[in-house]
Every structure is written in structure tokens, then in C-alpha cells.
Design a protein around this ligand. Sequence first.
Ligand code: BEZ
Length: 287
Amino acid sequence: MTSSPRLHSQNWNAAGYATNAHFVPALGQPVLDLLEPQAGERILDLGCGDGVLTEKLIALGAEVVAIDNSSDMIAAARRRGLDASIMDARALTFESEFDAVFSNAVLHWIKNDPDAPVTGAFRALRTGGRFVGEMGGHACVGAITVALVATLERRGIRDAASWIPWYFPTVDDYEIRLRRAGFVPHSVQLIPRPTPLPTGMRGWLETFANPFCAALPQSERSGFLDEVTAILKPVLCDAEGRWTADYTRLRALRPSKPDFLRFVSRGELYPTRRDHHHITRGWFKLR
Ligand code: BEZ
């Protein structure tokens, strides 16, 4: 039985995503509204997917640089005529050049080193620039995750929880990460968002649960997804056969890159180009 390595690698398929998960960018509209993009602003779309929201930012007059780590998604974004590039969110290469960084439904996939995209976003912003992001929050798809893990265990996979590919932080956890990167936090919220699934649980699992399927031989995967669907039916499917997933969202609104204040959270001083000071804790005024 396949049991390692646990790469948490999600195989993105743009066509499957458009069929089973078109609600993801559609439900990202409120985050885009909160970004309040202004004509002429330079914005980084961190994890653009197939570019549905990138197009909207451009339509509002922003100059957008779009990146994603999936070649299939980037190909789909380019088919829309977008200037989109493959880049790992953990290794952003931008430096003080954006008015805003925008991210929808991406950062929960970065379980391995969730600080890296926050630090990269901070570095990418000009002084005073803002970050507006939404991702799955604490306990997001909790019932679905329990069903996936328990069903893997039933099929003989030891330490099945280690196949969970998602990082769903609490408000406290994410505020600490934002501060540690240098942001002045404005608001971080956890919002329950029950989410209707247009192609039911089976469609959702086919699009999002392939990191769990990787624990099993190919021949078992379809039966595994059927079993998970059957377990979830009494909880997430109504009498009319409509499925609703137990999503929560974590929204980080407008934490901004300060020009002279840094929050030092761990008795360490995180270096910027302008500071070079002794170790302290709390709010710290730079020269
Ligand atoms: C999302 O795209 O928002 C998502 C994907 C997988 C699990 C939970 C949320």
C-alpha cells in the first residue's frame, strides 16, 4: 500500500476546476470588493488560478501581475489573454513594487511553510501597500476532512491525518504570522461560509481530494471517494439531494506595510533595509 512520501501535492486540472469549482472565484467577489482596487494601481494576484478574478481586476483598471504554481491553471489564464506566470508562492521574487497583494482561496494549500508567502507578499509591497487575502480558516471542511482521514485509516493507511494537504489557521495564528512578516494588522476574521456544491460531493472530492487519493493504489481510489461520499451524505446532503460543504473563511483585510513601525513578536528584530537595531519586543519605532 502506498503510504509515503506525503507530498501533499494537488494535481490541478483547469477543466475539472471550471466544472466542479467555478464557485471558488465567484465567491471571491466580496474579497475583491474589499480590496477596492483603483485604476492604475499595480496589484499582485497571488495564486491567480484560471484567471477569473484577475480579469475582473484588470477590468477595473488595475495593472495586474498574476502568478500561480500550476502550469495547467497558468495555461487557462493565458487563454484568457492574461499575462500570467508560474511561480511558487513560497518563493516570490518581487521587491517593493506593488500597491496591493490580493489572494483568494490559495494560501490554505501552503501547509509546508505558511510564513513564506506572507513574508514574500510583505517584500513585494511598496511602503504603505496593502494585503487583502481570503483562505480556508480554522475547521474549514472539517466534516469532509474527518471522513477522508477515517476512510483512509479503514483502508489500512497508518497516520492518515498526515495526508491532509491543507493549512486552515485560526485568527490568532494568522495575526502572528502577519506581524512576524512586518505587517501592521488591520482586521483578521473567521467567517463560517456553508458552500453549495454545484456537482455534489463526488465532484468536489474529484477536484480537491486527490492528495488523499495519493495514499492509495489507483485501483482503490474511485471506491475510496464513493465511500467518503456515502459517509458524508447524512450530514452534508439535504432531502432534495443538494450538497453543502462546511467551509469557513479566514479574511485578512488591509494589513499594510508600515513606513516606520515594526511589531517585534518574539524578542527578535526582523531585518528590513532600514533597521539594524538591538533586540526588543513590542512596537518598535525605527529611526
Ligand atoms: C478552497 O478552494 O477554498 C478550498 C479547497 C479545498 C478545501 C477547502 C477549501
